[in-house]
Design a protein around this ligand. Structure first.
Ligand SMILES: NC(=O)c1ccc[n+]([C@@H]2O[C@H](COP(=O)([O-])OP(=O)(O)OC[C@H]3O[C@@H](n4cnc5c(N)ncnc54)[C@H](OP(=O)(O)O)[C@@H]3O)[C@@H](O)[C@H]2O)c1
Length: 489
């Protein structure tokens, strides 16, 4: 295997005992280590309030890493050398003075890259940045990685960005959206800008509409306290779904470099037609799951989930129709939907092309071609084409050209966090969100949330295990469209 050492660096994980660290970050770092992408002198220091000895912490991490990497990929050799990089220190972020201890622990190593990964509640982002600065740990080699959600409105996002920006230059702030680290998402860019085939058709003259779906079968699990404050709009639409929309809709950047890519994404966010006033009711659907069933199992209503208010009006489902006011996309609806406790887990982008302008073959109604970019559960791209049905006559039927990445590329597929962590170490912010993108997304989302609060407070109920509220189907039916689902009745 060819080694690609990143810079020697200190990776400091705040929230090192949390779910994200154990399920995603540490397994990703294990893989980067095993596959020799970490410099031999790179160290990993985890921090949280819990008082573990480093050795006890390593045992804890071992348990999680061995569960979250493929069993064939976990070896004693790799674990032994990985755990030698791994250290733990108890630290309470709210205690400013404890950061002096952190500075002493890290030691004086001028010029060494330091990655501060904030896998903690967002309330702690600004205090962490300020305390790091106070302890002299923010120099021009220091990078900060922020998890979502960044703010809960434009005003709060600005405040956090201002506070972080007062100590970290924007070029060293990495706002992570793990969807952008997925191979299939990057393949969308490869498909669009690495092939001459699609780009001439990638516009309103040829595309009828676009669907972007991120559907989950799980409910809120143990995130009830956070989720009940946030809801699906803030948790999923403001970040993941709008980022996917940007990648589908943006113009080709001049270079595949951070500023060029992010400039193009920003233009799309700024071109989103505001949804305000009565349009909020016409163009958005807000739902909440009630008791239901899937595969013989009874599923609880949202308001009976742990740490959720019994009178909660929080939405666990959003569907909406967005429009982009520019030359390329004028008149093309972008339907977005996301929800929890649904019938099927899938994340996909569907590009529905227009059908042929003239029906040549009597008795057949050719469907428009459809490009489906599937991100979850498997990563694939498929293109539906009309072909002649075998035998007599000229009946047409739809056939699929499928590309399954697992079959096409026999190599292990990187997890999004591996790719993104390595990008941070190397200082490449192309796949991270810039401050103005986050704020433009909030500027579009805020009036919708405001409209919900003013016009109608209660979300529409849908049975857990179903495909979401009926109103989400009507939203498309009104325009002669339908969600692209394989629904069994
Ligand atoms: N989990 C995911 O899959 C996921 C996905 C996307 C984004 N995120 C985001 O990632 C962040 C972390 O999520 P999570 O699910 O990992 O949360 P979590 O399981 O609740 O973990 C929080 C971590 O922060 C530590 N912590 C809390 N207060 C602290 C303090 N005052 N000082 C130092 N450490 C403190 C906790 O340890 P102690 O209690 O011992 O201090 C724990 O290690 C959140 O912003 C979340 O929105 C998570």
């Amino acid at each position: 295997m060819t080694a690609r050492w990143g810079n020697a660096c200190d990776i400091v994980v705040f929230g090192g005992t949390g779910d994200l660290a154990m399920r995603k970050l540490l397994p990703a770092l294990y893989y980067l280590h095993r596959d020799r992408h970490l410099h031999p002198q790179t160290r990993i220091l985890a921090l949280a309030r819990a008082r573990h000895e480093p050795e006890a912490y390593r045992r804890l991490v071992r348990r999680h890493v061995s569960q979250h990497v493929a069993s064939a990929d976990f070896s004693e050799d790799s674990w032994g050398s990985f755990s030698a990089r791994l250290d733990y220190m108890p630290l309470d972020i709210s205690q400013r003075l404890e950061f002096a201890r952190l500075a002493r622990h890290l030691g004086d190593s001028p010029g060494r890259v330091r990655v501060f990964y904030l896998a903690t509640l967002p309330d702690l982002f600004a205090p962490t940045a300020l305390h790091l600065h106070g302890a002299g740990l923010v120099d021009d080699q220091a990078r900060i990685v922020l998890e979502k959600p960044l703010g809960e409105s434009l005003a709060t996002a600005r405040r956090v960005n201002d506070q972080i920006g007062s100590v970290f230059d924007e070029s060293r702030v990495f706002r992570i959206d793990h969807f952008l680290g997925k191979e299939a998402v990057q393949n969308l860019l490869a498909l669009r800008f690495g092939n001459a085939l699609f780009e001439p058709l990638w516009r309103n003259g040829h595309i009828d509409h676009v669907q972007i779906s991120v559907l989950e079968t799980v409910g809120v699990e143990n995130r009830g306290a956070y989720y009940d404050q946030a809801g699906a709009m803030r948790d999923m639409v403001q970040n993941h779904l709008l980022q996917l929309l940007c990648l589908v809709a943006m113009e080709a950047p001049v270079h595949f470099e951070p500023e060029a890519v992010r400039n193009e994404k920003l233009k799309i966010l700024e071109a989103l037609r505001p949804i305000t006033g009565m349009d909020v009711q016409d163009q958005t659907v807000r739902g909440q799951y009630s008791r239901g069933r899937r595969a013989g199992e009874t599923l609880p209503a949202y308001y009976f989930e742990k740490s959720v208010d019994h009178d909660s009006n929080t939405e666990t489902y959003v569907a909406l129709r967005a429009e982009i006011d520019n030359w390329r996309w004028a008149g093309v609806p972008f339907y977005l939907r996301t929800g929890k406790s649904l019938a099927q887990r899938k994340s996909e982008i569907v590009i529905q092309f227009k059908s042929v302008p003239h029906r040549l073959f009597p008795g057949t109604t050719p469907e428009g071609n459809r490009l489906v970019i599937r991100l979850q559960p498997d990563e694939s791209i498929s293109l539906s084409l009309m072909a002649k049905s075998p035998g007599r006559g000229m009946a047409l039927q739809e056939v699929e050209l499928d590309l399954h990445f697992d079959e096409a590329f026999k190599r292990r597929r990187w997890d999004a966090y591996e790719r993104l962590l390595l990008d941070v170490i190397e200082g490449d912010a192309t796949l991270f969100m810039r401050r103005d993108e986050i704020e433009a997304a909030w500027r579009w989302v805020d009036p919708i949330i405001g409209g919900w609060q003013e016009v109608y407070r209660s979300p529409k109920r849908y049975a857990a295990g179903s495909w979401g509220p009926e109103a989400a189907d009507s939203l498309l039916e009104r325009a002669g469209h339908a969600w692209f689902d394989e629904r069994g009745d």
